[in-house]
Design a binder for this molecule. Structure first.
Ligand SMILES: [Zn+2]
Length: 246
């Protein structure tokens, strides 16, 4: 049985040479508590299950190579050059490429994936952004790398923010210690913050146009179709991916 992305973005719909999607937890082969489309090698699931699940995602995307990273909630950005075998890097939280056929995959259980596409230069990026990534502004780090390496103009870049922990569930009791004051306007009720809106703000501060930003607006803790670390700590990881088609 073939797999389809559970969520796609209208902002990328007219880009024929682009493949992307957010894949929820269903359609894979992993047993509970990783049931069933777990794509992480780091949560205790059997590696053969993860390889199988990743192959399903790769086939659904139509890309020949899948590149991911063991994410560390930092702000390091990797530029992917020629890559003809699947690879998992270590220590990066954002991936950029201009190579057709290479899909960039971010692993998630409440954190955001932010998919970027520069249609003029044919460059893509995928960012893992939890609250620490928001504080470190990995979004700005990724866009400046896209400008430095590929001469991207942020005014042309399109961005899509994946399903993630919603403001309904993003409670930060210690926010005065953890979050900068610039985030305080995004407190929607007592100690609850709207992190996708913080990302949209950071994208615009980096030069993106508001009309080039789309937010999935799905809370991964409320909606049981997605893995959520806040709902259950022992769980799998879903993924969001983007690739330029060969
Ligand atoms: Zn929620």
């Amino acid at each position: 049985m073939s797999l389809c992305a559970a969520h796609t973005f209208a902002i990328f719909a007219d880009q024929a040479a682009l493949s992307h999607g957010c894949f929820h937890r269903h359609g894979g082969i992993s047993p509970a508590p990783y049931d069933s489309l777990n794509i992480s090698f780091g949560v205790g699931d059997e590696p053969e299950n993860v390889h199988h699940n990743r192959a399903l995602v790769k086939r659904a995307l139509g890309c020949s190579t899948l590149v991911s990273t063991r994410q560390v909630h930092g702000d390091k950005v990797a530029v992917i050059e020629a890559m003809d075998v699947d690879a998992e890097l270590d220590g990066y939280d954002a991936l950029i490429t201009a190579k057709p056929g290479v899909a960039l995959l971010i692993q998630q259980a409440d954190c955001q994936a932010i998919l970027l596409h520069d249609p003029q230069n044919r460059v893509i990026a995928n960012i893992h952004c939890g609250w620490r990534g928001s504080v470190a502004n990995i979004i700005a780090a990724t866009l400046s790398q896209m400008m430095d390496t590929f001469n991207c103009n942020p005014a042309h870049v399109q961005a899509a923010i994946s399903p993630a922990l919603g403001s309904c569930c993003a409670e930060f009791i210690n926010y005065k210690k953890e979050l900068p004051e610039a985030f305080y306007p995004f407190e929607v009720k007592d100690n609850h913050f709207d992190f996708p809106a913080i990302s949209a703000m950071q994208l615009q501060k980096s030069g993106l146009k508001a009309q080039h930003i789309e937010v999935a607006d799905i809370c991964t803790r409320c909606n049981h179709d997605w893995f959520s670390f806040r709902r259950r700590h022992e769980t799998g990881r879903f993924c969001s991916a983007i690739g330029l088609l060969p």
